[in-house]
Design a protein around this ligand. Structure first.
Ligand SMILES: [Zn+2]
Ligand SMILES: [Zn+2]
Ligand SMILES: [Zn+2]
Length: 285
């Protein structure tokens, strides 16, 4: 049991659909169905405090993520002090109804949200029912304003993304000893001083959805923009090796060839000085 606090426990590192992805008969997902120890849950973090924990994002795999938290820390849902949401895309908030009447029926779980996210949840079922039944209580976030949580603080950072239902934020988590930058979903690094942000944090968990622009066979990659890992490696090429080592790519799509340790891409990546995040990574902050 690990209870060195505060810590960040990475409880998911896949894109919204998880890995393997439902309905994908291709080798990318067949490979992991045969080797389920390599599964990855949708991207999410748990902030482990001395006597409670917070979630960052509320994924459709919340149940399995809670089991992982319990196995590592002993904490159960009774110890959940709140949930911070990045945005209204499937893998980041659709676990919320698990807190409601049909499943756990919790009372007053604090859910920290930006303004458009708040209005989306208040005005759309089934989320509106979570509020009217008191399962969750919404607390407002403002961009770049830190929320103090005892010894640590968490600050929402606005980022560019396909914002159909809500704005999107990443988070800067300032611990006692280390700070973590968490940006799982972004359209591009334009408009954000990402190199400066990396310098200001000890660890950067960044959008690594796609490795390059060739991997999507059936979907138009222009409709789902992300900086590819290859483009990000080019952008970060000028950073020194210590800065590069801080970068851990996360939110990996099932098509990402880095999920296959025998791929040419993995071979190239593993000598680049950057890291790939894994489910279960624990960072003392
Ligand atoms: Zn996502
Ligand atoms: Zn697949
Ligand atoms: Zn998204």
């Amino acid at each position: 049991m690990i209870r060195e606090t505060p810590s960040v426990l990475v409880v998911g590192t896949a894109q919204d659909g998880g890995y393997p992805q439902i309905g994908c008969p291709a080798v990318c997902c067949e490979r992991v169905r045969r080797n389920p120890e390599n599964r990855r849950l949708p991207a999410s973090l748990a902030l482990i405090m001395e006597d409670s924990f917070y979630m960052i994002d509320c994924t459709p795999s919340l149940g399995e993520q809670l089991l992982r938290i319990e196995k590592t820390t002993g904490f159960t849902m009774d110890d959940c002090a709140g949930i911070f949401l990045t945005h209204a895309h499937y893998g980041h908030y659709i676990g919320l109804p698990l807190l409601g009447l049909e499943v756990m029926h919790r009372q007053g779980i604090p859910v920290y949200v930006m303004p458009q996210m708040e209005s989306f949840l208040r005005n759309n079922a089934p989320f509106s029912q979570l509020i009217s039944l008191g399962n969750i209580q919404l607390l407002s976030l403002s961009e770049n304003i830190p929320v103090p949580l005892g010894a640590i603080s968490i600050t929402p950072l606005p980022v560019q993304h396909r914002n159909e239902f809500s704005e999107t934020v990443g988070f800067s988590i300032k611990g006692k000893e280390k700070s973590i930058l968490y940006i799982p979903d972004i359209d591009s690094w334009e408009g954000i001083d990402i190199c400066q942000l990396i310098k200001e944090h000890e660890v950067a968990l960044l959008d690594g959805t796609f490795y390059d622009r060739k991997e999507l066979k059936n979907r138009k990659i222009s409709k789902i923009p992300h900086p590819t890992i290859r483009e990000s490696m080019d952008k970060f090429a000028a950073l020194n090796s210590g800065e590069k080592r801080k970068i851990h790519f996360t939110h990996l799509n099932h098509t990402n060839p880095l999920l296959d340790a025998n791929s040419e891409a993995y071979n190239h990546f593993s000598s680049s000085g950057f890291n790939l995040t894994v489910d279960g990574l624990l960072i003392h902050i």
